[in-house]
Design a protein around this ligand. Structure first.
Ligand code: IPM
Ligand code: MG
Length: 364
């Protein structure tokens, strides 16, 4: 089969990790007889330098014409001035909104060979395999009013946590559908003891649950969830939550896996169902790590696992996705480690070398 993929390497280590992911994608193409046509575009700081905006209309159009988008990372000190008119992150937010990517999937799986590479006790994180479904185009990030103003009493600012029942319903559906394919346990996270939007969220969650009697639904307050994630992370299967809560909880959850360099993500424009291809944008959850850029040290595993998610959710290639994931496990089992997951007895491996090892193991 032939697929069109928009590739937006972005800033910092983005281009390096994307290069390795593309390597892996090409091997998957050769092995299974697919053609992945790659269309490169600029986003983030590089787009600001070249075009004065973090996302051009052309790049957005390019993404819309493709089956999926592969993104590296955006941002860096060069564009960090708080008074700057445009920020690299604006490109990411414009892509999410412009491509209607309302469902952000962030799986956190602790690999058994890395249980000693985190700051938590091995017995706490062993067996952790959870998935956070974060609402991505609503809530505080996009709700209006969103502004600053000044009165005689000083400066004021407002952001709005706004949700419609339609927005809540479709993200809850994503949670339930994905829970159906897993351990059938869904935790819906909110702050219903304080926030009106959370009370609507909870009500809609309970309503959607009637359509999924096989899935056990639990409501959890966001502060309790933050605590439970550290205390007993293996408790969770699928977690579904609004945009800002999801942003914070996923950074927290990422530490269970030892390094952000291990974790992929998918942002989808449709409810994923078995056999249905959903348009999506795929990016590692780590940032552009400007200090590590250009040194061949960044961990490409997150971006490579991101490609596996792309194969699965947007291209309908489940078998190919598993081959990529198994190749990652082989490289880790053989003891290869980038700096961020380095442990005693591991073999220190660079970005390119890790990509080569994973690609080679896919051919075997
Ligand atoms: C993320 C990031 C972004 C977000 C930033 C870079 C705008 O933290 O993807 O989690 O807040 O959503
Ligand atoms: Mg974040």
């Amino acid at each position: 089969m032939k697929f069109n993929i928009a590739v937006l390497p972005g800033d910092g280590v983005g281009p390096e990790v994307v290069t390795e992911a593309v390597k892996v994608l090409e091997v998957a193409g050769e092995r299974f007889g697919h053609e992945f046509r790659l269309h490169y575009g600029a986003v983030g700081g590089v787009a600001i330098d070249q075009h004065g905006v973090a996302l051009t209309d052309d790049t957005l159009k390019l993404c819309k014409r493709c089956h999926a988008v592969l993104l590296g990372a955006v941002g860096g000190p060069k564009w960090d001035d708080p008074l700057a008119k445009v920020r690299p992150e604006d490109g990411l937010l414009a892509l999410r909104k412009g491509l209607r990517l309302f469902a952000n999937l962030r799986p956190v799986k602790v690999f058994p060979m890395l249980v000693n590479s985190t700051t938590l006790k091995p017995e706490v994180i062993r067996g952790v395999d959870l998935l956070v479904v974060r609402e991505l185009t609503g809530g505080l990030y996009f709700g209006k009013p969103k502004k600053r103003w000044q009165t005689a009493r000083g400066r004021h600012a407002v952001d709005s946590m706004l949700y419609s029942e339609k927005e809540i319903e479709r993200i809850l559906r994503v949670g339930f559908e994905l829970a159906m394919g897993r351990r059938k346990k869904l935790v819906s996270v909110d702050k219903a003891n304080v926030l009106e939007s959370s009370r609507l969220w909870r009500q809609v969650a309970t309503e959607v649950a009637t359509e999924y009697p096989q899935v056990e639904l639990e409501h959890m307050l966001v502060d309790a969830c933050a605590m439970r994630l550290i205390q007993r992370p293996a408790y969770f299967d699928v977690v579904v939550t609004e945009n800002t809560f999801g942003d914070i909880l996923t950074d927290e959850a990422s530490m269970l896996a030892g390094s952000m360099g291990m974790l992929p993500s998918a942002s989808l424009a449709a409810v994923p169902k078995a056999g249905v291809m959903a348009f999506g944008l795929y990016e590692p959850i780590h940032g552009s790590a400007p200090k590590r850029a250009g040194q061949n040290v960044a961990n490409p595993v997150a971006t490579i696992l991101t490609c596996a998610m792309m194969l699965r959710y947007s291209l309908g290639l489940e078998k190919e996705a598993q081959v990529v994931e198994n190749a990652v496990i082989s490289a880790l089992e053989a003891g290869y480690r980038t700096y961020d997951i380095m442990d005693e007895g591991g073999t220190r491996t660079g970005t390119r070398e890790m990509g080569d090892l994973i690609a080679k193991s896919m051919k075997a």
